[in-house]
Design a protein around this ligand. Structure first.
Ligand SMILES: Cc1cc2nc3c(=O)[nH]c(=O)nc-3n(C[C@H](O)[C@H](O)[C@H](O)COP(=O)(O)OP(=O)(O)OC[C@H]3O[C@@H](n4cnc5c(N)ncnc54)[C@H](O)[C@@H]3O)c2cc1C
Length: 481
């Protein structure tokens, strides 16, 4: 049995007797860990991009495992109770199409899906679980990734901590789908963290149930100068928010109300971004808490974020209950499991997708997916929502961490500049990057190549055979046929 061993010193080395890795300050020097299991591909993170990555690789015949810190799959969609898949309707391609069909079959989103874009996040946990088990993906839940072993530049082993203690898992190729780029960071990858360390604000979403939508709508209709509620009122009148995916948002100016009563609710967030949607009858999913200048990869900052935003959530609810008609009998039915991190590390890749690429809707020969250019950057000074709403090609090199072998990224930690990341990070783009990374990893393993040496034309051809649109031209072809 292969063994991996830990050294205290913060770097990696290999000896004839075994592999040595550093990372955990508490690890005894030279501790030897038997490698629990070896796979063709290990996906680190069972979230929005990780599960499509695992399924795509398994479909190519690879032996695949997913390592996930929580006891459920779905990533930020599940733990931030995220319903809104922005451009799902027009992005249908490959596995995303199959996922959309499952959503319809389960009755947990609009049918047909392109008529709405909100999916019940609780259902994503079981849909992702089914996708993984249907494709014989081995799951390691409750495993937190804490380190890696490398041979030269190649990651060979990932180290985890769990109830079972410290463990090691080997693979021919890894996919970092951890959102924060944890795996690549442990391997010494170069990364960026927002703009000079300042990332988008975090948010803790929560749900408020037992809202009387009719009462709320009556009141809102009489407040045209106070709230931008037009669409919401219309939706409430049409269906009381009772039909799946008929999301409604209100409005940007609830802060005027806040200002009148703010002194009574000292924990109210200071920002003015107030966003609600509804996918359950008489329940609102609220996205309005906010902290800035905290780092989502720093446990102390995450602790501060939880303390501040949990208080904010309850203050917002109290404000609604005591000031807005329709909320009198309401209760908080759920808060997110953790502070939602919109932006943290982006791992520097062989290529980086930039805001200039987006502005010019660039096409690339080595494009492997497309991304819609609609920015969504919750910066403290300025909330950027622009973008030309067209598409940009995504070159394969963004998934290949510079200076590392045997690993691809997928999802939010993929190589983009700050503003481009604000659109690439979205669920439909993250999901699709997972399918690309999984397909590439499986082809690379089959051919015995490092992912960056995989002929990109072969990857594109395989993706197209799976019904995946690899570039803008592919999508135009689809429109014409
Ligand atoms: C508040 C908020 C609102 C948002 N709103 C929208 C929106 O309206 N529309 C939209 O499209 N997108 C939205 N997003 C963005 C989107 O949800 C995420 O960017 C996307 O889901 C990221 O996918 P991912 O696969 O990269 O990461 P995730 O889905 O977060 O998956 C990462 C997985 O890795 C696991 N993991 C992390 N570290 C470790 C570790 N060390 N060991 C083991 N497992 C680990 C996590 O538990 C998780 O399951 C929002 C994000 C936030 C925070």
């Amino acid at each position: 049995m292969r063994h991996a061993s830990w050294s205290r010193r913060g770097f990696l080395f290999s000896t004839g007797a075994g592999l040595f890795v550093a990372g955990a300050a508490s690890a005894p020097a030279g501790e030897s860990i038997p490698v629990t299991a070896e796979y063709d591909i290990i996906v680190c993170g069972g979230g929005t991009s990780g599960i499509p990555a695992a399924v795509a690789a398994a479909r190519q015949g690879a032996r695949v495992a997913v390592i996930e810190r929580y006891g459920f799959l779905g990533g930020n969609v599940a733990f931030s109770i995220m319903p809104c898949w922005h451009h799902l309707g027009d992005h249908h391609s490959g596995l995303l199409t199959q996922f959309a069909q499952q959503v319809e079959a389960f009755g947990v989103g609009p049918a047909p899906l392109k008529e709405g874009n909100h999916i019940e996040p609780e259902a994503v946990k079981i849909l992702f679980l089914n996708m993984a088990t249907d494709h014989r993906v081995q799951l390691y839940l409750h495993h937190f990734i804490t380190g890696v072993v490398k041979e030269g530049n190649r990651i060979t082993t990932v180290i985890t901590e769990s109830k079972s203690g410290r463990r090691a898992f080997g693979a021919k190729c890894f996919i970092d789908a951890s959102g924060d780029g944890d795996l690549c960071c442990h391997a010494g990858a170069k990364f960026n963290l927002g703009v000079q360390g300042e990332t988008q604000g975090m948010a803790l979403r929560f749900r408020v149930g037992y809202v009387d939508f009719d009462k709320f709508a009556d009141w809102a209709a009489g407040q045209p100068n106070d709230l931008s509620l037009g669409d919401m009122v219309k939706t409430v009148r049409q269906g009381g928010g009772k039909s799946w995916g008929k999301a409604f948002y209100f409005g940007s100016r609830l802060d005027r109300r806040y200002d009148q009563v703010r002194s009574q609710y000292p924990d109210l967030p200071s920002n003015t971004y107030f966003n609600c949607s509804s996918i359950r009858p008489n329940e609102l999913s609220i996205n309005t808490t906010r902290v800035y200048k905290l780092d989502g990869t720093n446990a102390d900052d995450l602790t501060k974020a939880e303390i501040v935003m949990r208080k904010q959530a309850w203050a917002v609810w109290r404000f609604l209950k005591e000031n807005v008609p329709g909320f009198g009998a309401s209760v908080i039915t759920e808060t997110a499991i953790q502070a939602g991190v919109r932006e943290s590390r982006t791992i520097v890749g062989d290529s980086t997708l930039t805001v200039d690429d987006g502005a010019r809707n660039r096409e690339f020969e080595d494009s492997v997916q497309t991304c819609r250019v609609t920015f969504d950057s919750h910066d403290q000074q300025h909330y950027e929502t622009g973008g030309n709403k067209g598409l940009v090609d995504v070159p394969f090199g963004v998934l290949l961490p510079q200076g590392l072998d045997g690993v691809l990224t997928a999802g939010r930690c993929t190589s983009c500049d700050h503003l481009m990341n604000s659109t690439f990070r979205r669920m439909e783009n993250s999901f699709q990057s997972g399918e690309v990374a999984g397909t590439a990893a499986a082809l690379a393993v089959k051919k015995g190549l490092a992912p960056r040496h995989l002929p990109v034309a072969e990857l594109q051809a395989q993706l197209r055979r799976n019904g995946f649109k690899t570039c803008q031209k592919d999508r135009q072809k689809q429109k014409r046929t």
